[in-house]
Design a protein around this ligand. Structure first.
Ligand code: GAL
Length: 655
């Protein structure tokens, strides 16, 4: 495992650089990431470059055999660029330009901005590409889907629509625009959704707009990738990914990039409820699933988080080391910590790094140094892969459609995925979170939660997967809509009815109400230890056609009128089977269901894991390493007899 730091030499007096690099060398830092916001230092006025300072920085690290990740500084254009070319400023959904002086507020499709980007990228890459210490490029910083509403982006959206539909009449037909006189008679009428109340806008338009916004940022990343490739044909290129309000489609974003990198800021105080314990693992598994390859952490928690909000508690002892090790266990071979030293100026001065403002090595620094030594012990496991038998499907269209129109109070798309991830993780079964259209060949169990927007390819994959002997888990809100975000006029789960062997007769969005659930499948009941569970948020009232009933709504709770009706079913299909979970259950019911499914499928699992303890296995050739991580605030005894302190990782190598 390789450990690095994010370093901003331009924010510190030059006299500090050597001391910083010496300290890094001394404790075993192997990589630094530089340059990501330093455009004004690289190009103080248009066309006038100053790389002398960066030359010195690169030399200092090269002399100490520390590798570098070089970033394109395009997230923060210099002030002169905004002054000279105000058209590069991003326009918000309200039609007003976003105030400058912050970051990320440039329009990524603007031709002038792109010309400026191309020039700075050329200058940077031409200068440094033959330094063998430059081991990767990072494009920009934490990009979001492009929701700019400037004239160029509006035209871009229209062109995207024209390409997809051909004529305004075809849009009308696809969107069924007769509602509220929404029919278009010319392309000029086709406009991005505005800042008005989102839920009052045409959901077909808002979904397509989200798709366009994603394609648009993917195009920008591809533009930068090609700029870099003109001057450097080989060094791997990435961009640092995150979970944000306007998420791009991750699979498109990384399709042409060489590897995924992710900014990982786990909480410094774990929530009281056990349901969130595996949330960090979920995000890491999702990142690994993007390219179904190992990935990097480009920014990792190093201190109290603040500036955008009141400061968080500082990471507890063990967290800096443990969370980095956790990322490694989930497939991140390289982890860079954000940031080497806490900024003394600028908007981010309360987002803490390894060193505090005072620059005096303290507790977190010592722990980080221990991490650097620990990481060196596991060099051999670098590149080892995770091969799981269970996958959860994720789709950006589902994410968008859920956000655009909430289904029930408290019901969120990612949370629905997490419920299953949590259940399998808690019994030691590794899970890949993959694109809904990905091949399912390597898996034995595939969970397809809330496939709200149907997609022919996904549907075909799932039917074939079950036919060939796989176990599919479908849930409520599957098959609701076509790809234009219009409801399918057919009994739910529409295209999945045959696979699931059930019909939804009626549904009830109970939100924060609860209803009693009675398990009637004997295997499930036995694992669960009791008959009762809870139904929450959503209740499909099921009429099984060929499926057998596994659970029914009980006689108590919010919705007495469907007591006794089926809620969870299982259908034999082809050589395999399809479970249908028509409601949202309490945590222990997911756990026992997961165990029932793995037992029926023959996937191995553990029933002796204390809550919050994670197990992952990485393999390389004949060798394998079992990672056991205690993601809780208290010590836990595991099956080996070892007691793991809070956030402690134990690795058990096997030959
Ligand atoms: C990340 C971002 C960094 C820094 C950090 C802490 O999301 O990429 O540049 O802002 O958060 O706020």
């Amino acid at each position: 495992m390789r450990i690095g730091v994010d370093y901003y030499p331009e924010q510190w007096d030059e006299t500090m650089w050597e001391q910083d690099a010496d300290r890094m060398k001394e404790i075993g830092v192997e990589i630094v990431r530089v340059g990501e916001f330093a455009w004004s230092r690289m190009e103080p006025t248009e066309g006038v470059y100053d790389f002398a300072w960066l030359d010195r920085v690169v030399q200092i690290f090269t002399d100490r055999e520390i590798d570098l990740v070089l970033c394109t500084p395009t997230c923060t254009p210099p002030q002169w660029a905004f002054e000279k070319y105000p058209e590069i400023i991003q326009v918000g959904a309200d039609g007003a330009k976003i105030p400058i002086g912050i970051r990320g507020h440039r329009c990524v499709t603007n031709a002038t901005y792109r010309r400026l980007c191309e020039k700075i990228i050329q200058a940077l890459v031409e200068r440094y590409h033959d330094n063998p210490r430059i081991i990767a490029y990072q494009i920009d910083n934490e990009v979001e889907a492009n929701h700019c509403r400037c004239e160029e982006c509006t035209q871009g959206f229209r062109a995207w629509m024209q390409k997809k539909y051909g004529t305004p009449q075809a849009v009308n037909a696809a969107y069924r625009n007769t509602v509220w006189s929404g029919e278009y008679s010319s392309w000029e009428e086709v406009k991005p959704p505005t800042a008005g109340v989102l839920q009052w806008q045409n959901p077909s338009l808002t979904l397509d707009y989200n798709r366009y916004a994603s394609d648009s940022i993917v195009d920008y990343i591809e533009f930068q990738r090609q700029c870099i490739r003109k001057w450097d044909a080989t060094v791997p290129i990435t961009t640092n990914n995150w979970f944000c309000e306007n998420m791009p489609d991750f699979y498109d974003l990384f399709e042409h990039l060489d590897f995924v990198s992710y900014d990982n800021y786990p909480l410094s105080v774990l929530p009281e409820d056990e349901e969130s314990l595996y949330s960090h693992a979920f995000h890491l598994d999702l990142m690994r699933g993007i390219k179904q390859q190992n990935f990097w952490i480009m920014e990792q928690l190093s201190g109290a988080m603040g500036s955008w909000m009141p400061m968080s508690p500082t990471p507890r002892p063990g967290m800096i080391r443990g969370y980095a090790a956790q990322a490694f266990a989930h497939g991140a071979d390289t982890v860079l910590h954000f940031r080497w030293r806490t900024a003394c100026s600028g908007a981010e001065m309360y987002w803490h790094g390894i060193l505090d403002h005072n620059n005096v090595p303290g507790r977190r620094y010592r722990e980080f140094a221990e991490l650097c030594s620990w990481a060196k012990k596991w060099k051999e496991a670098e590149g080892a892969v995770i091969q799981n038998e269970v996958a959860i499907l994720y789709g950006s269209a589902q994410e968008y459609a859920f956000k655009l129109q909430h289904q029930a109070e408290g019901m969120y798309y990612l949370e629905q995925l997490k419920l299953f991830h949590d259940a399998f993780t808690s019994i030691g079964v590794g899970v890949d979170i993959i694109n809904e259209t990905a091949s399912l060949e390597q898996y034995r169990i595939v969970i397809a939660p809330t496939l709200l927007i149907t997609n022919e390819e996904v549907k075909d994959h799932l039917y074939h997967f079950a036919e060939d002997g796989g176990s599919v888990v479908l849930t409520n809100r599957c098959g609701v809509k076509d790809s234009y975000n219009c409801c399918i006029m057919q009994a739910l789960p529409t295209v999945y009815e045959e696979l699931a062997g059930v019909r939804v007769e009626e549904y009830d969005a109970i939100g924060s109400h609860e209803h009693d659930l009675q398990l009637c499948d004997s295997a499930w009941k036995q694992v669960h230890g009791e008959q009762s569970a809870k139904a929450m948020q959503w209740c499909d009232i099921l009429a099984p056609t060929t499926a057998k009933t596994m659970a029914v709504y009980g006689p108590k709770g919010f919705s007495l009128f469907y007591g006794g009706r089926a809620a969870v079913t299982c259908n034999e299909y082809g050589e395999g089977r399809a479970y249908y979970v028509g409601t949202v259950m309490n945590r222990s019911a997911y756990h026992s269901l997961a165990q029932t499914i793995v037992e029926e499928t023959g996937v191995s699992y553990r029933n002796d894991l204390p809550p919050g303890v994670e197990v992952t296995v990485r393999k390389k050739g004949q060798k394998s390493w079992t990672f056991v991580f205690n993601n809780t605030m208290h010590s836990q005894k595991i099956w080996t007899g070892d007691v793991l302190q809070p956030f402690e990782m134990q690795v058990y190598p096997e030959k």
